[in-house]
Design a protein around this ligand. Structure first.
Ligand SMILES: Nc1ncnc2c1ncn2[C@@H]1O[C@H](COP(=O)(O)OP(=O)(O)OP(=O)(O)O)[C@@H](O)[C@H]1O
Ligand SMILES: [Mg+2]
Length: 393
């Protein structure tokens, strides 16, 4: 590493979204980034860990790479490793303790929650269907999964998950007079879904129109601050179609948020989706990949009908330089599952269910694994958790 290299602000900005799961803070503010600069199309980043053999190294590496590769002009990310010295470690611990004391997070979402925002350029391409099916499949694997319906007045998550009760608000903290909204819970396999939607607050789907005047970004912000989410492995956010302000608010409030873009195979959906990807990059939100929905309809005799065209997913993924996570066929079971509150990913074994489960498998094992709490040093975690309390509750 050359000492003459000047740190690159854009790279540093993106690294602020990389959270050390053990210390609940980003690696830049923790003082773990020794240097970050670019040399032609390669980003060189040196990170100092609490111990050289830290098991979180793989998670941090993957997060750094995903984030920094989203920068235009960066093709390769080269990570160099170092170890914090005793003085630096003491400073990091002080910061972790301060976090424990203040728990100053502006939202109720823990930094160790993987936040996946499901977005698209056009409406009606299947964001909500993708959100609930991925969420259900994750929960089915034993994860605790939050679902935030950020489509404030076009909500559809409650119907798709078969929920029709009303959300309650309770005073949780005896020091506060401010009530917290309790998410609606639904168990799924060995896991649980915790759902918040304006659809669980208003009386009928029709009264949703009353929310029209509400500032969307403000409402989403409130859902992040005033909901008692508790422990979550994943938070999935069903985005309203193409609204920049909600996306910006999310990027600001949840620096760890990452985006999945949904598109159909048609050219028009692909073109609009490119704009959403551009916006995500401007707000430093990494894009994990593309899901093509409503791919060919396959008749029982095996004939494939490309109702909405072909190849939009691959073209979009290539254009914005991210992987195609999978293609979901057009299948009546998907809409039927949405209409009767039983997501196809956990209630069916057809081609669409298989495709959803393969995507989730890829997310969990490779693209967006849970930010687990396997610690670098038992000492660090126990010290922090003494004052934070066990976050897994
Ligand atoms: N793969 C699929 N096969 C069959 N029907 C589907 C599929 N994906 C979605 N649908 C149906 O298409 C309609 C639109 O899907 P969905 O509501 O998920 O889209 P959306 O992008 O969330 O829409 P909006 O922009 O209005 O929020 C729904 O009726 C849904 O059941
Ligand atoms: Mg929707």
């Amino acid at each position: 590493m050359s000492k003459t290299q000047v740190d690159d602000d854009a790279i540093i900005g993106l690294l602020r979204g990389v959270i050390d799961p053990e210390l609940h803070d980003n690696i830049v503010d923790l003082g773990m980034v020794r240097s970050a600069y670019r040399e032609n199309s390669t980003a060189h980043i040196t990170i100092a860990l609490t111990t050289a053999g830290c098991p979180l190294r793989a998670t941090i590496k993957r997060d750094c790479e995903t984030r920094v590769k989203s920068l235009p002009g960066i093709e390769k990310v080269k990570l160099h490793w170092d170890e914090l010295n005793a003085k630096e470690k003491a400073r990091v611990m002080e910061r972790a303790r301060k976090y424990a004391r203040d728990n100053a997070s502006p939202t109720e979402i823990q930094p160790t929650t993987r936040v996946l925002s499901i977005a698209s350029g056009k409406g009606g391409v299947g964001k909500s269907s993708v959100t609930v099916n991925i969420a259900a499949s994750l929960a089915n694997r034993g994860f605790t999964v939050g679902v935030l319906d950020a489509d404030i007045w076009g909500f559809s998550v409650p119907r798709m998950l078969g929920l029709d009760s009303r959300l309650e608000a309770k005073i949780i903290d005896s020091d506060s007079t401010r009530p917290k909204i309790i998410p609606e819970e639904r168990s799924e396999g060995s896991g649980v879904l915790k759902v918040v939607s304006t659809g669980l607050m208003v009386d009928t789907e029709e009264t949703a129109l009353m929310w029209r005047g509400l500032m969307l970004a403000k409402a989403v912000e409130q859902f992040l601050r005033d909901v008692q989410w508790g422990y979550l492995d994943y938070l999935l956010i069903d985005m309203p179609p193409g609204t920049g302000d909600v996306q910006m608010a999310l990027a600001r409030l949840l620096p760890q948020a990452e985006m999945i873009v949904v598109t159909t195979p048609s050219l028009s959906a692909q073109k609009v989706a490119v704009r959403v990807a551009d916006m995500a990059r401007r707000s430093h939100m990494p894009i994990l990949g593309v899901i093509e929905n409503m791919s060919a309809f396959v008749t029982p005799d095996g004939t494939s009908w490309p109702v909405f065209g072909e190849g939009g997913g691959v073209r979009l993924a290539t254009e914005i330089d991210v992987p195609l996570l999978g293609s979901i066929p057009l299948e009546p079971s998907v809409s039927a599952g949405g209409d009767n509150g039983t997501p196809v990913s956990t209630s069916n074994t057809g081609a669409a269910a298989t495709a959803f489960n393969q995507i989730v498998e890829r997310l969990v094992s490779d693209i967006a694994p849970p930010l687990d709490l396997s610690s670098c040093s038992a000492h660090t975690i126990s010290e922090v958790s003494v004052s934070v309390g066990n976050p897994r509750k």
